[in-house]
Design a protein around this ligand. Sequence first.
Ligand code: NAD
Length: 299
Amino acid sequence: TTPTIAFIGLGNMGRPMVSRLSVAGASVRAFDAAPAALEAVRSAGVVTAGSLAEALNGADVLVTMLPAGRHVVAVCSEAYPQLPKGALHIDCSSIDIASARSIHASALQHGLQSVDAPVSGGTGGAEAGTLTFMLGGEDAAVDRARPILEPMAGRIVHCGEPGTGQAAKICNNMILGISMIGVCEAFTLAEKLGLSHQALFDVASKSSGQCWSLTSYCPVPGPVPASPANNGYRPGFASALMAKDLGLSQAAAGDADVETPMGALARALYDRLVEEGGGDRDFSGMIEFLRGMSPTGGE
Ligand code: NAD
């Protein structure tokens, strides 16, 4: 029998993800607390619900795509008592490991299955249905989640026990935050050295500096037409969320007694950018922040 999916959280990621599910023929009921987000999904042809309770009515699968741990915990505490025994919760949000574990424990208490399933690939990957999903959970729950995630996925990796999906995401995004700053610094320096954006891109994208932040998400307009730099740094992936994820990796590193000095520096830079009002803009907007840091300013 086809599952009936309550999909909660229709922001920059949830909106294209639920569209993929809907187009693939899944039975979905989408809900977001923000009326504008709900309306955008409804006008794209997805079935929406007017409340969380309405979305959950008749659902045997709950998918969440929310900003942070506290939002997921809040939705779960309302949703779990309403779900039938044996229902499956797939949390695709990027959240802290402690919240992820407490959600798994609560699911168990309510007789539910749960999987942490954060994603990588950005809004482009969500639109194309090519996200990488990192799954933490018991084998049975993971096996059940796979076909549900398939229409949104390019790759699904079972990372291990509950919480290990979030661990993979935290480590991945520490690489991403560090690499984005590195790419932004290189373009900022190139501008002062008389090296064009395109020339640096043509070299580095085919050389040892190659990375996702450069070739899929280039922080200057031009070389990668779909990157947020071509769209005034509209997210995409907001800097506030990157700062959150770098905070999560620093918290995890602290708990595990691991030194991650570059991760700490990346966190400090994104925190400053957010404090100075750049939190709502795409995280590749770091380049504008860096230009502003140099005594002679931008180009
Ligand atoms: P977003 O802020 O655009 O969307 C989150 C949505 O959740 C909003 O529309 C908000 O109204 C809704 N929401 C919050 N609390 C709610 C509640 N209690 N009930 C119902 N709806 C609620 O965020 P996003 O960019 O879509 O990211 C979602 C998650 O995915 C985050 O954890 C983020 O770190 C992660 N992520 C984002 C990207 C990206 O490129 N944007 C990539 C990978 C992972």
